[in-house]
Design a protein around this ligand. Structure first.
Ligand SMILES: C[S@@+](CC[C@H](N)C(=O)[O-])C[C@H]1O[C@@H](n2cnc3c(N)ncnc32)[C@H](O)[C@@H]1O
Length: 345
C-alpha cells in the first residue's frame, strides 16, 4: 500500500518549469529566424488573425506564439489592440537597429525543435514527439503499452505534487461521486478520496491507461472507493450518477472544438447541482502571461492538438452551456482549478 498523499516537503518548481518551458526557446527562434516577425510587426502592427494571413500560419499555434512573445515582454498591444514590438524588441530584433541580434539566432534555423514548431505553425498539426516508433503523434502513441506506461508515470509523478494541492483547493464535502475524466493513473481521484472520506470516485480512461489506474488505485488501497471505467471519453456514454466531473490537465490536449465537446458532454450528464472542476495551467485573460504558462503552451501545441486556455476562454464555453465559473483557486506548480456550476436564474 502507498503512503497517504501528503505532497512534497520542498519546492520542485524549477524541475517542472524547466521541462514545461523546453520548447519555448525554439518558438522564439522561429519568430526571429523564419518569420522575421518583429520587423514585420514594427512596419505594420497586426492582430493574431492578420499575423496568420501574412505569414501563412495556423491560428492555434499562432495564438500560442503571440502569447509567448507577449509574456516574454517582446510584443505588446497598441491602442487598437494590434500586436507591435516593445522597445526591447525594436532595439534587438528589428531590421536596421544598430543592436540587431537576429544573427545570434540564425544558426538555430534548422535545429529539430525549431523545425518542429515551424511545421506546427504551418500545418496546425502536432509535430514529432519522442513517442512510440512509427506513431504519428502523442495521441496515437498513448494507445501503445510502453509509451502509455512512460507517459502516465510522468503524469503520476507530477500528480504526487499537484493532487494533494488540488484536493485542498476544492470543496468536495457535499459531493457524492466524482468522475475523473481522462484521470491517468488515478492519482487525483486518490488524493481527493483520501481528503473526502464520504466521496466515491470513478476514473474514466482509455486503454491501456485504465489498467495502470487500476494498479495505482490498488496500491493505494482504495479499490473499494475508486473505480475505473475503460471508455473513449468522446464516443462512449459517460458513467452515470456522478455529481462532480474533474478535468485535470485534459482540456490542454485538445483544440477548442474538442474542449467544447467534452464540456457539453459533462453539462449534459451532470445533475442540476452538479459541478465541473477544471484543473490546469491557465493563461491570463489578456493572453500576455503568465510566462510559465505561455512557455508550457508551446510544448503542448507542438505535441498535442491543444494548448493552454485562459479562464475567460473556458468561462465563455461554460456560459454557452448555462454554466458559470463560481470559484478559482491556485493549486501548485503554477496550476489552478476553476469550479463551474449551472447559472442560477
Ligand atoms: C495529459 S493526461 C492527464 C492525466 C491526468 N488527468 C493528470 O492530470 O495528470 C490526459 C489523459 O487523457 C487520456 N485520454 C486521452 N484521450 C482519451 C479518450 N479519448 N478517452 C479517455 N481518456 C483519454 C489519456 O490516456 C491521458 O491519461
Amino acid at each position: 500500500m502507498m503512503p497517504d498523499m501528503q505532497g512534497p516537503t520542498s519546492d520542485p518548481s524549477l524541475i517542472y518549469r524547466t521541462r514545461d518551458a523546453i520548447a519555448a526557446a525554439d518558438a522564439l527562434a522561429v519568430a526571429i529566424v523564419h518569420l522575421d516577425l518583429f520587423t514585420a510587426l514594427a512596419r505594420t502592427p497586426a492582430d493574431v488573425a492578420d499575423v496568420c494571413r501574412r505569414h501563412g500560419l495556423h491560428p492555434r499555434p499562432a495564438d500560442v506564439l503571440c502569447t509567448l512573445l507577449s509574456a516574454q515582454g517582446l510584443l505588446a498591444r497598441d491602442a487598437a489592440g494590434r500586436l507591435e514590438p516593445t522597445a526591447t524588441a525594436r532595439e534587438f530584433l528589428v531590421d536596421g537597429s544598430p543592436f540587431d541580434a537576429r544573427s545570434y539566432y540564425a544558426a538555430m534555423a534548422d535545429k529539430p525543435g525549431v523545425s518542429d514548431f515551424l511545421q506546427v505553425l504551418r500545418t496546425g498539426r502536432p509535430a514529432n514527439w519522442p513517442g512510440a516508433e512509427g506513431e504519428a503523434d502523442w495521441h496515437a502513441s498513448m494507445r501503445t503499452e510502453a509509451f502509455a506506461e512512460a507517459f502516465t508515470s510522468a503524469m503520476d509523478c507530477r500528480g504526487r505534487v499537484l493532487a494533494p494541492a488540488l484536493a485542498a483547493a476544492v470543496d468536495c464535502g457535499a459531493g457524492r461521486r466524482l468522475l475523473d475524466v481522462g484521470g491517468g493513473s488515478g492519482v487525483y481521484s486518490i488524493a481527493i478520496a483520501e481528503r473526502f472520506p464520504m466521496l466515491a470516485a470513478t476514473v474514466l480512461e482509455a486503454a491501456p491507461v485504465d489498467a495502470i489506474a487500476r494498479r495505482t488505485i490498488r496500491a493505494a488501497g482504495l479499490e473499494g472507493r475508486v473505480a475505473v471505467v475503460e471508455a473513449d471519453m468522446f464516443t462512449a456514454a459517460w458513467p452515470a450518477g456522478h455529481d462532480v466531473h474533474l478535468f485535470s490537465n485534459v482540456l490542454h490536449d485538445w483544440d477548442e472544438a474538442d474542449c467544447r465537446r467534452l464540456l457539453a458532454m459533462s453539462a449534459a450528464a451532470l445533475p442540476a447541482t452538479g459541478r465541473m472542476l477544471i484543473h490546469d495551467m491557465l493563461l491570463d485573460d489578456d493572453k500576455a502571461g503568465p510566462l510559465w504558462a505561455a512557455e508550457y503552451s508551446v510544448l503542448l501545441s507542438t505535441v498535442t492538438q491543444g494548448r493552454l486556455y485562459s479562464a475567460a476562454e473556458i468561462g465563455g464555453w461554460l456560459a454557452e452551456l448555462g454554466f458559470e465559473v463560481v470559484a478559482r483557486a491556485p493549486t501548485a506548480l503554477g496550476r489552478g482549478v476553476l469550479t463551474g456550476s449551472r447559472r442560477r436564474c
